[in-house]
Design a protein around this ligand. Structure first.
Ligand SMILES: Nc1ncnc2c1ncn2[C@@H]1O[C@H](COP(=O)(O)OP(=O)(O)OP(=O)(O)O)[C@@H](O)[C@H]1O
Length: 407
């Protein structure tokens, strides 16, 4: 549907894009990712012909955009801008009606079909209840959805979204990308510049990673978002694992601070425990897990990240040997972390730990003496580092690390 080849753009004497190729199949959602200033918006501008590349060409549905009138282009391509400023006092409905312009003659009035298209677009973008409000009275996120409705009212086969989730809370961000997914499932073709790599990975069929105006990687999210390509494009160290419950990579940026030097034993199962393992490893801790059934998300994440996991076959119960080993790890650890459902079988493992950080959640009591409770996985490494006697414990953590290597 979209075929851009060899796009090069120079602006203000600066090379902004160099030889960018982009092919987007009909009915797919392609995400443009990359650091600030990489050229994502510039690519989108060439795809809607508001910027003519110095070299290369863009074809949409087989037509060279450079050969088409502005009106013909706007019947093929609709877009939502990155900024949501609308300077006039339009109502939401009037703003969405503007999307119908390419389908109307210069002095035509909107007819029933136009009104229906506007109503349907407002409903899909969840702004129908604001129809009579002035756009300027809406929040940034609400305005963003109005702009999406305007693009939907344009009823084009191609949709270009520049940072469609930038001002949205997590619920609306997910809903907007769900909407983009269902639109492409219905046959639209979409390209979206998205900063959130994990949302991009989850919702896009393919990703194009741009940096310094060049394509650094393109293809399935799993092939594009690797520590190598991300290190190259963002100049940042990242940990790439899997998103619990989704067949998509999970990118965790590693903070530019000294890692917390300690060994933590994680007790628990499921996505909570898996997320705890990933967060602790990302912070540079030595992590072990168990007892956990083989195949559980926490066991798989531990294996993926090269952590020791004490596992038992699913539904087999916990044998004495496994319980002993997990208790030993919990005892040796600087702290144990309780995340997700640990089950009765792990009670003695938890009891063996001298210090415990619990991640608040189902089955984990909020306050208990001798326990630090954190409400979010993000804060786990800091909670561990804040435990008393940290320096004295460093040597033990070294010993555990050595034991693992020897084994
Ligand atoms: N008119 C212009 N004149 C000079 N430089 C420009 C112009 N427009 C954009 N640029 C530069 O081109 C580069 C790419 O900009 P672009 O907006 O495409 O990046 P982006 O990947 O969308 O960035 P962000 O993630 O920050 O939105 C930036 O360095 C920007 O400063």
């Amino acid at each position: 549907m979209i075929d851009a080849s060899g796009l090069s753009v120079e602006l203000g004497g600066q090379r902004i894009l160099s030889g960018v190729d982009l092919a987007v199949d009909c009915g797919s959602l392609v995400g443009l990712v990359g650091p600030n200033g990489a050229g994502k918006t510039t690519v989108l501008r060439t795809l809607r012909a508001t910027l003519t590349p110095d070299e290369g060409a863009v074809r949409v549905a087989g037509e060279r955009l450079a050969d088409l009138s502005a009106r013909a282009v706007s019947q093929l391509v609709a877009s939502t801008p990155q900024t949501t400023t609308l300077s006039f006092e339009f109502t939401v409905e009037q703003a969405v009606e503007m999307g119908r312009t390419p389908h109307l003659g210069r002095f035509d009035r909107a007819d029933e079909a136009d009104r229906e298209a506007v109503q349907a677009a407002m409903e899909r973008a969840e702004v129908a209840r604001f129809a009579d409000r002035a756009v300027t009275s809406l929040s940034g996120g609400e305005r963003q959805r109005v702009l999406l409705a305007r693009a939907l009212a344009q009823a084009t086969p191609v949709l270009l979204l520049d940072e469609p989730t930038a001002n949205l809370d997590i619920n609306h961000a997910v809903r907007t990308l769900e909407l983009a997914s269902s639109l492409v499932a219905e046959g639209k073709t979409a390209v979206a510049a998205i900063h959130d790599l994990n949302l991009a990975a989850r919702y896009c069929d393919e990703l194009v990673l741009l940096a310094d105006g060049e394509v650094r990687a393109a293809g399935a999210p799993r092939d594009v978002l690797t520590t190598e390509t991300l290190g190259d494009a963002f100049d940042a160290e990242t940990l790439v694992t899997g998103q619990p419950g989704f067949d998509a990579p999970l990118v965790t940026p590693l903070a530019d601070r000294d890692p917390v030097d300690a060994h933590v034993h994680v007790v628990g199962t499921g996505t909570q425990a898996a997320a705890a393992v990933a967060r602790l490893v990302a912070a540079g801790l030595t992590v072990s897990v168990g007892v956990v059934p083989a195949g559980d998300a926490a066991a798989e994440r531990a294996t993926e990240l090269d952590c020791e996991a004490v596992t038992v076959p699913p539904f087999a119960g916990v044998d004495e040997h496994s319980r002993e080993r997990a208790s030993e790890l919990a005892r040796e650890a600087d702290a144990a972390v309780l995340a997700g459902d640990a089950g009765d079988a792990n009670q003695s493992v938890v009891a063996a730990a001298r210090r415990l950080v619990a991640v608040e959640g189902e089955g984990v009591p909020r306050v208990e003496s001798g326990r630090t409770t954190v409400t979010d996985i993000e804060g786990l490494p800091e909670a561990v580092a804040a435990l008393p006697d940290y320096d004295e414990r460093k040597s033990r953590s070294e010993r555990v690390r050595q034991e693992r290597q020897d084994r």
